[in-house]
Ligand binder design. Structure first.
Ligand code: BDR
Ligand code: CA
Length: 313
């Protein structure tokens, strides 16, 4: 079992990642931490709690994290991509539960100590909370088993500027700090996440195979797909779900080992670049797109559980 914490700014593809993780039999989801990015941090906390409850994980600890980057001034949420409330053009959903009283960084530090050598972190938003946890506890990077990051763009163009991927752009200093921590790091950037695109027919199939979660994902994806179409893509990248998939099925990816740095200012701010002087990390460069797509659909598939009782015989 993979003991997993997802650090997230839900967000349409964050929702896809969380519902996938909640259903995967090899994942033990220990909690989530929220961060600004696609939405404000308060919206991210609310949406993470809502998704946990939707997935049947009422009571899953959600710790609220950073509302702004480490060094840069606050950014407005990415409403043009994920909608006003984070779920496309759907209204806000109010969860029953509340965030725990620890901050995200405190929660991460405690869990990393309690599960030393076992905890896998999957940050799929700006990586501020992980940087804060590293600052809070000098043993944090050693205590975690792995950090599998959705972010960066090594040999491909950015998606928020020509140079930068959105999560990295929103807190370049945080990623640069994490990359120097010596933790076991995998970067799941645009180099691979744009190799698997989902389009309207894919979401329609998901809605049929998964009437509860798949239908919800279809509903929240229309607005998101419109954004992708507006930038010339035929579908949306499977960004955040691919980071979760890399946590449990690394054999589906090809990787390059290299040190990495982040450009911290100027026109190329937020760019991820090779830096041989830095501790090596694994940058995913290729993947088995068909296997990843099938895994995503198969795990979300509600099969017999979605059938009306009478039809189950
Ligand atoms: C990343 O940015 C956000 O918009 C998505 O949720 C994803 O984590 C892709 O660049
Ligand atoms: Ca995200």
């Amino acid at each position: 079992m993979v003991k997993l914490v997802i650090d997230t700014d839900p967000g349409v593809d964050d929702a896809m990642a969380i519902l996938f993780a909640a259903r995967h039999p090899a994942i033990e989801l220990l909690g989530m931490t929220s961060v600004f990015g696609n939405v404000t941090v308060a919206q991210a906390t609310r949406n993470a709690l809502y998704l946990a409850e939707k997935a049947g994980f009422s009571g899953l600890p959600v710790a609220e994290g950073a509302g702004a980057p480490l060094v840069l001034p606050p950014f407005p949420p990415s409403r043009q991509v994920h909608g006003d409330e984070g779920f496309g053009d759907l209204p806000a959903f109010v969860p029953q539960g509340r965030a725990v009283t620890e901050t995200a960084a405190e929660f991460l530090v405690r869990l990393a100590r309690e599960h030393a050598g076992e905890l896998v972190l999957c940050p799929v938003g700006p990586i501020t909370n992980i940087a804060e946890a590293i600052r809070l506890d000098p043993d944090f990077a050693r205590n975690v088993k792995k950090i599998v990051i959705m972010g960066g763009a090594l040999d491909v163009a950015g998606n928020i500027t020509p140079h930068a991927e959105a999560n990295t752009y929103h807190d370049p200093h945080a990623l640069d700090l994490v990359l120097q921590s010596g933790a076991d790091i995998t970067m799941v950037g645009l180099d691979v996440t744009l190799q698997v695109l989902l389009s309207e027919p894919d979401f329609a199939e998901l809605a049929i195979r998964a009437p509860r979660h798949g239908r919800f994902l279809q509903d929240i994806s229309h607005f998101y797909l419109d954004f992708y179409h507006s930038v010339g893509l035929t579908g949306c990248g499977l960004h955040d779900p691919m980071a979760v998939i890399a946590c449990i099925a690394p054999e589906l990816f090809e990787a390059e080992r290299t040190g990495l740095a982040v450009t911290l200012d100027g026109e190329a701010v937020g760019r991820t670049i090779r830096d041989p002087a830095r501790p090596p990390v694994s940058v995913l460069t290729g993947c088995d797109a068909e296997a990843i797509r099938s895994l995503f659909f198969d795990i979300l598939d509600e099969g017999a559980e979605a059938m009306p009782l009478a039809a189950r015989g």
